[in-house]
Design a protein around this ligand. Structure first.
Ligand code: PLP
Length: 388
């Protein structure tokens, strides 16, 4: 069978694979501790669920406008003004089936063969594939782990070419949790503007910063019409399964994304859109409650990881991920390599994690702290036993 070439240019999502592996083991009765999850462990707040029940009862069960319902677009506009100090109109907004879909669509409409797109390493697993599938080439630029994974600017300057078309920024970052300083963002934006690059700002974790308040990237250059802002209901409202994300920015790009979407998914799910309208416009108290819990867990997991000789982990400024380096353990010959260790941790101790290789970083492992501190503690104990 001849599968089209574009599929060989991409990899299956490793994080979803690890989640499936954990579910499989659990179904066999194994007490699995899953530190690979990319989603909050909290339930979707009740007011949001009620809005979905209401939508079903009142018959909001049909196709909607392809780029999102007017109600949800209005809620997004209100949200962007309330939380991010940004003013947009309906033609600047498109709702998609999760921010993953938003980012995929935007890459499809802006990038093609011979283009190059800058991605900072470590990166979210999907960024290179979003770019590669368009025929464009991802160009990786290193970052400084001890500075919240801000760019190595010398490398960035060297990576730019006449073919560079875009740059993807993800602060707070998955997998590192790094939150860039205002200076680093401004400097990156200045470089991008000079080269007339499209700037993607993936802000899916915007509500999860712990040591500084979040500023949406567009605020650093309000007149730059080449910045696209991507946000999501997934992490903020614990709505990963509802699949609602959105893009705000240049109306021409939004229109092109809507055209593509109209010939692929038609529209996002109507019931999820009603729920997302309540999420964004309704009571926000659950957001802070979840954030406070994540902060406590972050402090706990980072302290626990750093208590193990040979593991080093910077304090991430945001998200619910820790991305420790295992270089020390490799140097001490206590582990062969990170992938081997992750495999043993799963096989012998039933702890699921994600090897850093999939994020472009061979010596790190991504642990999610989106489970209770008690379970995190148990996972750390199991890891210590394995290292003995
Ligand atoms: N961007 C980043 C950095 C993510 O980590 C994720 C999900 O893990 C997404 C985008 C996509 O989120 P969703 O499609 O659930 O909105």
């Amino acid at each position: 069978m001849q599968i089209a070439d574009r599929i060989s240019r991409i990899q299956p999502s490793i994080t979803l694979e690890m989640t499936a592996k954990a579910a499989e083991l659990r179904s066999q009765g194994v007490d699995v501790i899953n530190l690979s999850v990319g989603e909050p462990d909290f339930d979707t707040p009740d007011n949001i669920k009620e809005a979905a029940y209401g939508a079903i009862k009142t018959g909001l069960t049909k196709y909607t406008a392809g780029a999102g319902t007017p109600d949800l677009k209005n809620a997004i506009i209100t949200k962007l003004e309330r939380d991010n100090n940004l003013q947009f109109q309906a033609n600047n907004i498109i709702v998609s089936c999760g921010a993953k879909h938003s980012l995929y669509n935007a890459c499809q409409v802006l990038f093609q063969k011979n283009d190059e797109v800058i991605i900072f390493n470590p990166y979210w697993v999907s960024f290179p594939d979003f770019v590669s599938i368009t025929g464009a080439k991802p160009i990786f630029v290193g970052t400084n782990a001890d500075k919240q994974y801000e760019p190595n600017f010398d490398e960035l300057e060297k990576a730019l070419s006449k073919n560079t078309k875009g740059i993807i920024i993800n602060s707070p970052s998955n997998p590192t949790g790094g939150v860039w300083s205002n200076e680093a963002i401004q400097r990156t934006l200045d470089i991008a503007k000079q080269k007339k690059l499209w700037v993607f700002s993936d802000e899916c974790y915007e509500q999860l910063t712990y040591d500084s308040s979040f500023t949406s990237l567009q605020n650093f250059d309000l007149n730059n019409t080449q910045i696209l802002t991507f946000q999501s209901c997934s992490k903020t409202y614990s709505m990963t399964g509802w699949r609602i994300g959105y893009t705000a920015g240049n109306p021409e790009v939004i229109k092109a994304m809507a055209k593509l979407q109209s010939q692929s998914t038609s529209c996002p799910n109507s019931i999820a859109q009603a729920a997302a309208t309540e999420a964004l416009a309704g009571d926000q108290s659950s957001v802070l409650k979840m954030k406070n819990k994540f902060k406590k867990r972050r402090d706990f997991i980072i302290e626990s990881l750093n208590s193990i000789d040979g593991i080093e982990c910077e304090m991430p400024g945001g998200t619910f991920y820790a991305f420790p380096s295992f270089e020390g353990l490799i140097k001490q010959n206590k582990i062969k390599n990170v992938s081997d260790f992750c495999f043993k941790l799963l096989k012998e101790k039933s702890v699921v994690s994600v090897p850093g290789k999939s994020f472009g970083s061979d010596n790190n492992i991504r642990f999610s702290d989106a489970i209770s501190s008690k379970r995190i503690n148990l996972a750390i104990q199991r890891m210590k036993e394995l290292l003995k």
